[in-house]
Design a protein around this ligand. Structure first.
Ligand code: B12
Ligand code: SF4
Ligand code: SF4
Length: 346
């Protein structure tokens, strides 16, 4: 029944697990203890560490966990030439996946309740909920946790987002007895390709060096030594997924809501983005995951990306950013202008 409903709802993978203790909670707390979470202090709060160790803290009547993967669009659109283009990570190019996933999980709970002919108590979770999502996806047999720390569902690859539905129904378990074996073998393409050296080891990521963290979670001044390494990413980063052989080819069908809203939401014209006032920016980010960062943080990222284009065409846009009220934006625009005027290292 769950397999049929989740397929009809467009999920790429789904599994049912019993409510059990996670096996890797200690890995999570040791990751926090190493300081790898950077400024994401909320991850270490009791509201986050507690429920990650015990799913019942989220729904005390929970009897089963349904874990799902939703595929998003991996194709890069071909933009018109001759503009300075930035990059937005693929998962953030369409409608905000948190909204899409949550809506689907709520429908899943309703359909389950209708088929069982009784009310079902449930709790949908996605990303910000205190759940060890990759562990449960792996335990459910959706895929394996890879060296780049991503959950890879062979066939669909790693371009999937995860979600969970806790329900107070004892459903037939579909999770495999033994976990899916890691399939990276001797490959280490992702570890070598990361421009900022964010992997301290295979399976271990120091968020403080990750472009995804720097452009989305870190809202202050960007470390000067990392700015040139951010390239033209303005929101997130996909490099450790782009180089992965499990993502080669067209993949499987993805949720249409997660397709890029426009070319500008995938490979944005950096100059046009720098020129957007508050209202225009609000329109641009509406109902996308981009709305999760303040305008000044997006403009900070745009300034760095413009500096990294090393193109004199970026100068007028950066000069316009120098007039922003935010000192954060002005400081990054000054840095970017310095990149454009400084002689290149040979
Ligand atoms: C904090 C966070 C981040 C941080 C830290 C990422 C990280 N790798 O830890 C930052 C901001 C950097 C980030 C970036 C991204 N994120 Co993020 N993030 C999260 C969040 C909220 C928590 C992750 C976490 O707890 N990290 C701490 C580590 C220790 O835990 P973990 O990654 O879950 O690792 C588990 C396993 O790897 C395993 N494990 C640990 N060691 C070992 C060793 C071996 C040998 C094995 C087999 C397993 C294993 O145990 C860990 C604990 O259970 C989750 C949502 C959630 N609630 O889980 C999304 C989540 C992981 N992110 C997601 C996405 C999409 C991204 C980005 C791709 C976005 C982008 N394009 O910019 C990048 C990918 C960067 C990367 N290579 O991970 C998806 C990943 C989907 C997938 N297919 O895996 C999630 C699940 C959100 C979602 N609902 O879909 N993210
Ligand atoms: S998302 Fe980018 S910066 Fe972060 S670990 Fe992957 S390649 Fe490195
Ligand atoms: S690039 Fe290679 S090592 Fe990295 S996740 Fe993919 S298969 Fe594993």
């Amino acid at each position: 029944m769950i397999a049929r409903i989740t397929r009809e709802l467009g999920f790429a993978r789904a599994a049912v697990l019993p409510i059990e203790a996670p096996r890797r909670h200690a890995l999570y707390t040791s990751w926090l203890a190493r300081g790898h979470a950077g400024e994401m202090a909320y991850l270490a709060s009791p509201e986050h560490t507690g429920p990650r160790a015990d799913l019942r803290a989220l729904l005390d009547s929970a009897r089963s966990l349904i874990v799902v993967a939703l595929a998003y669009d991996r194709a890069d659109p071909i933009p018109p030439a001759a503009l300075l283009r930035g990059r937005i990570a693929r998962y953030a190019r369409g409608e905000d996946y948190h909204l899409v996933m949550r809506d689907k999980l709520v429908v899943l709970a309703d359909r389950l309740s209708a088929e069982l002919g009784r009310p079902v108590a449930s709790r949908p979770c996605v990303d910000s909920a205190p759940v060890l999502e990759r562990e449960w996806a792996e335990r459910g047999g959706l895929g394996f946790v890879a060296k780049n720390t991503m959950l890879i569902a062979p066939g669909a690859g790693s371009y999937v987002v995860l979600g969970e539905l806790l329900v107070d129904v004892e459903l037939p378990i579909t999770a495999p007895e033994a976990p899916v074996k890691p399939r990276c073998g001797t490959c280490r393409s992702c570890l070598d390709a990361c421009p900022t050296g964010a992997f301290t080891d295979a399976y271990l990521l120091d968020a403080r060096r990750c472009i995804s963290y720097l452009t989305i979670e870190h809202h202050g001044s960007l470390p000067v030594e990392l700015r040139p390494l951010i390239g033209t990413w303005v929101f997130g980063c996909d490099i450790c997924q782009e180089v992965c052989p499990f993502n080669a080819g067209a993949g499987e069908p993805h949720a249409p809501q997660l397709s890029p809203r426009s070319i500008e939401h995938a490979l944005p014209d950096l100059i046009a983005l720098a020129m957007k006032g508050a209202n225009q920016m609000r329109q641009f980010v509406k109902r996308t995951a981009l709305r999760r960062v303040p305008r000044e943080v997006l403009l900070r990222n745009v300034a760095v990306a413009l500096g990294n284009t090393r193109s004199a065409d970026a100068i007028p846009a950066l000069e316009k950013l120098l007039a922003e009220t935010s000192e954060l934006v002005r400081e990054h625009a000054r840095w970017a202008l310095d990149q454009l005027t400084a002689p290149r290292a040979r």
